[in-house]
Design a protein around this ligand. Structure first.
Ligand SMILES: Cc1ncc(COP(=O)(O)O)c(C=O)c1O
Ligand SMILES: N[C@@H](CCCC[NH3+])C(=O)O
Length: 422
């Protein structure tokens, strides 16, 4: 069984849409990221349906996958973007993204990033601290601009996910404590170059339960009402991203189930006029991609069997960083039961933490191509060049056509701009 309908076995070969992945591995080499264009569209469609025609702006959390071709697909579908750096802003602008649909998140915005975002005319800055508000106010004043802001509130709710990707608890660095938010808004209201437009939160990632969202929403609704009583009227409510995907057998929270509850709560509290902003990342791209890798060597031991592959933790760090599970499929599964063993899938990097999957029953021979599934989110974007390994190529499959949307890095490009000292 595979986890995504866009990556299925046909005639004994794993396909991306109508393209056999074995062909792609042959043609482009491995390691290779392969994305399905249709999968991106289908993931977007799930959000579009969930909006029920109401005023909802979906801003793709592009840190999950910032490939230009991926961004361009979402732009064409009408998406906005949630950015966290000047680099991400530059990528959105490079594909012609509409700045008025950009929200700028992140705890450490630098002056040049604020200047660039003001110049572009982003929809709003999601402010994460009083110090950031003060800096933005100064930068806006010096630029002769008005900065639209939303306070990212930390609602102190447990997203029930991995601690590294939980962001809405007091011990996390994110957002302004909800107890102090009113005072910070009141101060913001006095700043001439600041225009208050919204409130936001983002409680974590790979969330599969609705209750943390509803707990956070309840707290934000209370805040919105207190602000209104003090004469501070908001235009939008941004609930962040976080909806999880299926890596194995997770029960999923669908955008429709979540949004129906959100609309219900907003209507019940007389807040239907608020635009709803969402920042989904993983759920728009996670199951739209796989990482192809070739078995270089098999190593059978007393305690463990290792399949040493040509992808490594520099290509996909999620397993070792979060102990994350990614399904692994042989692209052309072998029928011969004699080669069945339980393997750890490991890379060539000189670290014991360099593993992609553990204890997987697979029938393998040297040279086989494996697909690491659900590798469309936080995969290539978290890749590095550790061990001076060129980052993999990225391919977009569209039916039976495959397009290189980012070529493999060359060895020369890895150090071309470095200089030696005499
Ligand atoms: C502020 C913010 N918005 C959106 C996202 C996207 O989250 P996800 O990929 O879980 O939907 C993140 C990452 O967790 C984030 O930090
Ligand atoms: N990088 C994480 C998600 C972090 C989300 C960013 N706030 C992952 O791979 O699951």
């Amino acid at each position: 069984m595979t986890v995504s309908p866009h990556f299925e076995f046909r005639d004994g070969v794993l396909h991306a849409e109508d393209t056999p992945l074995s062909h792609l591995a042959n043609q482009f080499g491995t390691p290779l990221y392969v994305y399905s264009r249709q999968a991106l569209h289908d993931a977007w469609e799930a959000y579009r349906i969930a909006t029920r025609g109401r005023d909802v702006l979906v801003c793709f959390g592009m840190k999950a996958n910032s490939n230009l071709a991926v961004l361009n697909e979402f732009r064409k579908l009408g998406s906005g973007f949630d950015i966290v750096s000047g680099g991400e802003l530059a990528r959105v602008l490079a594909v012609g993204g509409d700045p008025s649909k950009i929200v700028f998140s992140g705890v450490g915005k630098q002056v040049w990033e604020m200047q660039a975002a003001l110049k572009a005319g982003v929809k709003c800055f999601n402010i994460e601290s009083e110090a950031e508000l003060a800096r933005l106010s100064d930068v806006a004043q010096q630029s002769g601009a008005i900065a639209r802001i939303s306070m990212r509130v930390n609602p102190d709710v447990d997203a029930q996910t991995h601690p590294y990707i939980s962001t809405g608890l007091k011990e996390n660095k994110f957002g302004i404590a909800i107890e102090t938010a009113v005072a910070v808004y009141q101060h913001a209201a006095t700043l001439p170059n600041i225009e208050i437009v919204g409130v936001d939160c983002h409680i974590g990632s790979q969330i599969t339960e609705i209750s943390p969202y509803l707990d956070a929403l309840d707290k934000l609704i209370v805040l919105i009402k207190i602000l209104a009583d003090k004469g501070i009227e908001l235009k939008h409510l941004d609930l962040g991203g976080g909806i999880g995907i299926r890596y194995t057998d997770e029960t999923l929270l669908s955008p429709t189930v979540l949004l129906d509850k959100v609309f219900q709560a907003l209507d019940a509290h007389g807040l239907s006029h608020l635009q709803l902003v969402l920042e989904p990342g993983r759920s728009l791209v996670g199951n739209s991609g796989v990482l192809l890798t070739t078995v270089e060597y098999l190593k059978h031991g007393d305690v463990k069997n290792f399949a040493i592959v040509d992808a490594a933790m520099n290509d996909l760090i999620r397993p070792t960083l979060y102990d994350a599970w990614h399904s692994v499929e042989a692209v052309v599964p072998r029928k011969n039961a004699a080669c069945a063993r339980v393997y750890d899938i490991v890379g060539p990097i000189c670290e014991s933490g360099d593993w992609l999957a553990r204890d997987r029953s697979l029938r393998l021979e040297q040279g086989d191509v494996l697909a690491i599934m659900s590798a469309g989110a936080y995969a290539f974007t978290m890749a590095s060049q550790y061990n001076t390994r060129p980052r993999a190529a990225e391919i977009m499959v569209d039916g039976s056509n495959a397009h290189v949307v980012r070529p493999r890095e060359t060895l020369e490009s890895l150090f071309a701009t470095e200089t030696t000292l005499e």
